[in-house]
Ligand binder design. Structure first.
Ligand code: NAD
Length: 310
């Protein structure tokens, strides 16, 4: 198929593109290298993709560049481009609303009259649920950060286009994804980097926050499965074993063979207390289940981060 992936230079987008190409698809990847984290990471994520004959990279900003020419003849879109992370969303609201809301609306308008589009997948987040994001897709959506609010607004815009113009929509809500290429602002990346550099970490809150983390390979496989699911559905995508931050710190200490030095700070506004996806719906529809447990996943991320310059 002729596919388009937005945010292709990012953590999830780059892994997704590689898997799609391995499956024989033709992929157009769009990214604008928003400076939320350093471009060097994103350039490295793209490296293998750029050599692939069936991959075409387009450096374009969904907020401003003409999009109609990029979606012409496209049969499936994975819309993953966004400003992620909740902390900066309090201070850079402009960045979040333009990348998560305006950019989504522009993409939707560009495909409104498409004759070829069969599926449009919107990559959403557990943050749309709010402080307690444990359960299935019927949990109320009460985001507690501007990030969650803008991602939910993106979902609503997609639904509006589905209702009015027949957009063949699938929504997936990712729960804390980790593994090789994890964004450098994300907690496990920061923990591992601190161990490798022998630097202290900052632990916000009491450390008993629970997370149902999703290993990147499971995340990509679930996304592909969701894309084949019934049009109009929303699917949670999460991992199998919920762990607290303390559990993760102890596991990483065991992998590294050294102890963390920990600075304590209060919980941050917008932090989630519990996130654990009930993914039964995707299992029922597509037979998908997560495969990689937290111990194996953390070990693989550790091995990858050891290869990065310190
Ligand atoms: P990422 O920042 O690594 O990737 C997003 C990419 O989108 C970046 O490379 C960025 O440059 C690009 N982008 C942003 N705005 C753009 C614009 N206006 N035009 C073109 N490109 C633009 O983030 P990620 O962790 O890979 O997340 C991918 C998606 O998954 C996002 O939509 C995010 O909200 C969602 N998500 C991620 C997680 C997670 O744990 N990583 C959890 C929940 C949801």
């Amino acid at each position: 198929m002729n596919l388009l992936v937005t945010g292709c230079a990012g953590f999830i987008g780059s892994h997704l593109c590689e898997t799609l190409l391995r499956a024989g698809h033709t992929v157009v990847g769009i990214d604008s290298f928003v400076p939320y984290y350093p471009e060097t990471y994103k350039r490295a994520n793209l490296r293998g993709l750029l050599e692939h004959p069936q991959f075409r990279f387009v450096q374009a900003d969904l907020r401003t560049d003409p999009l109609e020419p990029l979606v012409r003849d496209i049969e499936g879109i994975y819309h993953l481009a966004a400003m992620p992370g909740l902390v900066k969303s309090w201070t850079d609201f402009d960045g979040y609303w333009t990348c998560n809301v305006l950019a989504t609306q522009r993409l939707l308008e560009a495909v409104r009259t498409s004759k070829t589009l069969k599926r449009f997948l919107y990559g959403s987040t557990s943050s749309v649920y709010g402080k307690y994001a444990s359960g299935d897709e019927t949990l109320p959506t009460r985001p507690v950060s501007p990030y969650g609010v803008t991602k939910l607004a993106g979902e609503h815009l997609c639904r509006a286009h589905a209702e009015n113009f027949g957009l063949p929509l699938i929504v997936v809500r990712f729960f804390s994804v980790y593994g090789p290429r994890q964004r450098p602002d994300m907690a496990y990346h920061k923990f591992i980097r601190a161990l490798l550099r022998d630097e202290p970490i900052t632990l916000c809150g009491d450390g008993h926050q629970m997370r149902g983390n999703t290993y990147i390979d499971d995340c990509v496989e679930a996304t592909l499965q969701a894309m084949e699911g019934p049009i109009g559905e929303t699917f949670n995508i999460g991992g199998a074993d919920p762990v607290s931050v303390w559990d993760v710190l102890h596991k990483l200490e065991a992998i590294a063979g050294r102890k963390f030095r920990i600075l304590r700070e209060p919980e941050r506004p917008g932090d989630q207390r519990q996130t654990f996806a009930d993914t039964g719906k995707l299992t029922r529809h597509r037979g998908w289940k997560p495969k990689v447990g937290i111990d194996e996943g953390l070990a693989r991320q550790w091995e990858w981060q050891k290869t990065l310059p310190l």
